[in-house]
Design a protein around this ligand. Structure first.
Ligand SMILES: Cc1ncc(COP(=O)(O)O)c(C=O)c1O
Length: 374
């Protein structure tokens, strides 16, 4: 499926290795290897104790980054889609155990997850007995064993069980299938991650983890094994980790970072940027030859320019409009954009051009990108 992209990444690496930024085709997703390693090391240092890390790879969708995170101490990675799971599983056992932090109901999505489980250990989230049965049947047909965690709605009102009785009923449903193994529970406090007031964010996380703990206690009361209690994001991981029920964190954005999350998680630095070139200059207005088809934003914060004065005013499909000091940019100058939303930007690119000290070291394929098809 993805061999083409992987092969092209290899060819591109041969062509681009050793080149400076102003010799690169634009626009391109740049990955600063040193910043990435610092982000990975920083989160690894925080998760060596009781609470471990299974970083969310939906942000980067890239096996090479997953391998580095696991080499630094992570248990494996978390993903959002079965195709991300399979793309990363194909890198082999070095990626650890992959948790799909999402419910699966579509039979092709289930089959893709089970396919991945034949390669590396995979855990799937469930919140419904019918989905458990579909997964159990698919795993039995493939002869693969799949781990299962029960997702609890801890306040975001997305997937997840709403009542304790639903969680306990799922334990029985999982127990009916020889190829499913009950591993634990998960409950992501996504409703708290954008709360700017740290006291309120702390209180929201505490309430969410208390609710998760109640479900965990009820499940344990049935005599069920609860090895995993997973939660946490980049903006909440330090708060969530203080609750005694939590065994592992799922933060993801910290690895690449973006302008939207930077105010919430200032300890992590932007490792991915988009390198663009100037296509037009008129006084203090400069235009970059790239737009919303190349870098994604959210309503939280605009993208920013890296290490140069100026602001991004507007984003069109193929233009980024800048306000800069007159004379500071000329045609074909290269500009690095610290993106507004790294996960969305990654999904628009096939490759990371990996740089260190301004020189290309490698090209990594983004094999988990796309709409989630295998
Ligand atoms: C289930 C789940 N866990 C954890 C996260 C945390 O990721 P991030 O660190 O990017 O906020 C997310 C992000 O949306 C998520 O959906």
């Amino acid at each position: 499926v993805s061999g083409g992209t992987a092969e092209r990444a290899h060819d591109l690496a041969e062509r681009l290795r050793g080149r400076a930024l102003d010799e690169l085709p634009t626009p391109v997703a740049l990955l600063d290897l040193d910043a990435l390693e610092r982000n990975i090391a920083q989160m690894a240092d925080r998760t060596r104790g009781r609470v471990r890390l299974r970083p969310h790879a939906k942000t980067h969708k890239c096996a090479e980054i997953a391998l580095r995170q696991v080499a630094a101490g992570a248990l494996g990675v978390t993903v959002a889609t079965p195709s991300e799971c399979l793309a990363i599983a194909r890198a082999g056992r070095g990626v650890g155990e992959i948790l799909i932090a999402n419910e699966l109901a579509d039979r092709v999505r289930i089959a893709t997850a089970v396919e991945a489980a034949a390669l590396v250990p995979v855990i799937v989230s469930v919140d419904d007995a019918a989905a458990v049965a579909a997964l159990g049947r698919a795993a039995a047909e493939r002869g693969a064993t799949v781990g299962v965690v029960i997702e609890v709605d801890v306040g975001m009102h997305r997937g997840g069980t709403r009542e304790i009785g639903q969680s306990t009923a799922l334990v029985d449903a999982i127990g009916e299938w020889d190829h499913l193994v009950m591993r634990g529970l998960t409950g992501y406090e996504g409703h708290a991650v954008l709360e700017r007031d740290v006291e309120r964010r702390t209180a929201m996380c505490a309430t969410a983890m208390e609710l998760l703990a109640e479900h965990v206690a009820a499940v344990r009361n049935l005599g069920a094994e609860v090895e995993i209690v997973a939660a946490g994001g980049t903006n909440t991981h330090q708060i969530t980790a203080t609750h005694e029920v939590v065994t592992e964190l799922q933060a993801g954005t910290y690895a690449l970072m973006d302008t939207a999350y930077r105010p919430y998680a200032p300890d992590f630095e932007p490792a991915m940027t988009v390198l663009a070139s100037v296509s037009s200059v008129h006084g203090t207005r400069a235009i970059l030859a790239c737009g919303s088809k190349v870098h994604a934003v959210t309503e939280l914060a605009p993208a920013a320019l890296r290490a140069r004065p100026g602001t991004i005013l507007e984003l069109h499909e193929e233009h980024t409009l800048l306000e800069v000091p007159a004379g500071s940019l000329a045609l074909d100058d290269r500009v690095e954009i610290v993106v507004g939303y790294c996960g969305g930007t990654v999904n628009l690119h096939d490759y990371y051009v990996v740089v260190s000290d301004g020189v290309v070291r490698d090209v990594w394929p983004i094999l988990g990108r796309g709409p989630g098809w295998p």
